[in-house]
Design a protein around this ligand. Structure first.
Ligand SMILES: NC(=O)c1ccc[n+]([C@@H]2O[C@H](COP(=O)([O-])OP(=O)(O)OC[C@H]3O[C@@H](n4cnc5c(N)ncnc54)[C@H](OP(=O)(O)O)[C@@H]3O)[C@@H](O)[C@H]2O)c1
Length: 327
């Protein structure tokens, strides 16, 4: 295995849990740098994404979902970006120093809230040209989930109309832009005036605040015969009311984790799904991103030692994503 002497010799700074709990359980610690196997790369992490699901993992509720027995110290962080520090002996696609981003959910070798992460090379990609390290770090899981929902679950076609509910959030603001690239007419239901402005800026054909009372009127103007499909990233009464604008024979997709589960009107297909990864989907995503201006909106960036504050910020209104700067 081609591990650098620098990586071998040192421990690393990480935000690690000694037990599951609240934000106060997130503590800076010095822990061993993870070792890579033949299929993995070691990433020197420069920034990590803070996922909407991270507090659930922090509280230990992922264990039931993934079935993976946790070991402590436990490092959170499904998404990150940085430079390749070492490559496993069966990995040919990367070399030391490459600028990469990656996703690894509940990685038993530790997440991205750390100076180093050992990740399966299949989940790693060079960063598409213009993205900053923070933008790349927050991108993968939500972008994979957006693209899986649009193409695999909804089978979105050029010329169709699409509702994105939660269009100024992590998945939503990426889904909106990807759907435009796929040729859809996008009806964005965003959060607040700032969310509506962001959705318009990102190319939504129509954008409305999901907490206003004119969503259905605007939806009827947008698509008098009903909207073809919906990607839903937040649940509740406002969601279910908005979904009555989907036409009979239309379809709705939402990632597992959206609570409460959205309700489909009669005659509309609804499916919960998980985002997928892997080289083919990552290539497709990078091509779509590279085919024109694409914004990954990072609302706030916190220092690693302020990971607890970053988790608090997730509970407050924000647009797009939240990042941690590792160094
Ligand atoms: N299964 C999977 O593969 C998978 C992968 C990724 C994510 N997920 C799950 O998918 C869900 C969404 O993830 P995310 O990263 O997109 O989360 P997020 O960034 O919190 O996005 C949700 C968005 O919905 C907005 N919203 C809530 N109620 C609204 C309303 N009535 N009208 C308009 N907008 C509204 C929120 O705005 P405010 O901030 O103002 O509330 C927020 O911007 C989470 O539950 C996450 O855990 C699942």
């Amino acid at each position: 295995m081609a591990q650098t002497s620098q990586a071998k010799a040192q421990t690393m700074r990480a935000v690690a849990l000694d037990k599951f709990g609240g934000p106060e359980a997130l503590k800076i610690q010095n822990i061993p740098i993870p070792e890579i196997d033949a299929q993995e790369v070691l990433i020197r992490v420069e920034a990590a994404g803070v996922g909407a699901w991270d507090p659930i993992e922090r509280e230990g509720r992922f264990v039931d979902i993934t079935g993976i027995k946790p070991t402590f110290p436990y490092v959170l962080g499904s998404d990150g970006a940085g430079r390749i520090a070492a490559v496993g002996k069966n990995v040919n696609r990367f070399k030391e120093g490459d600028r990469v981003y990656a996703a690894a959910l509940a990685n038993p070798k530790g997440g991205f809230y750390a100076q180093y992460a050992a990740v399966k090379a299949d989940n790693v990609s060079l960063i598409p040209g213009h993205l900053t390290i923070e933008q790349a770090a927050v991108l993968p899981t939500d972008a994979f989930t957006a693209l899986t929902g649009l193409e695999k679950v909804l089978g979105l076609k050029s010329g169709e109309s699409l509702m994105v509910f939660g269009a100024s959030g992590g998945i939503g603001h990426l889904a909106l832009q990807l759907a435009k690239r796929l040729g859809a007419d996008v009806f964005a239901i965003a959060s607040g005036d700032d969310g509506v402005q962001l959705a318009k800026k990102l190319g939504a054909d129509k954008a409305v605040d999901g907490r206003s009372d004119n969503v259905l009127n605007v939806a009827r103007e947008f698509a008098p015969n009903g909207i073809d499909a919906a990607l839903v990233t937040a649940g509740g009464t406002e969601t279910d009311r908005a979904l009555t604008a989907i036409r009979k024979g239309g379809r709705i997709a939402y990632p597992h984790g959206v609570m409460p589960d959205p309700t489909a009107p009669d005659g509309v297909k609804i499916e919960a799904y998980n985002g997928e990864g892997g080289p083919a989907l990552i290539d497709r995503l990078n091509k779509l991103i590279n085919s024109g201006p694409f914004e990954v909106h990072v609302d706030r960036t916190f220092r690693l030692e302020d990971a607890g504050k970053a988790h608090q910020a997730l509970t407050e209104h924000h647009l797009g994503k939240i990042a941690l700067r590792i160094e």
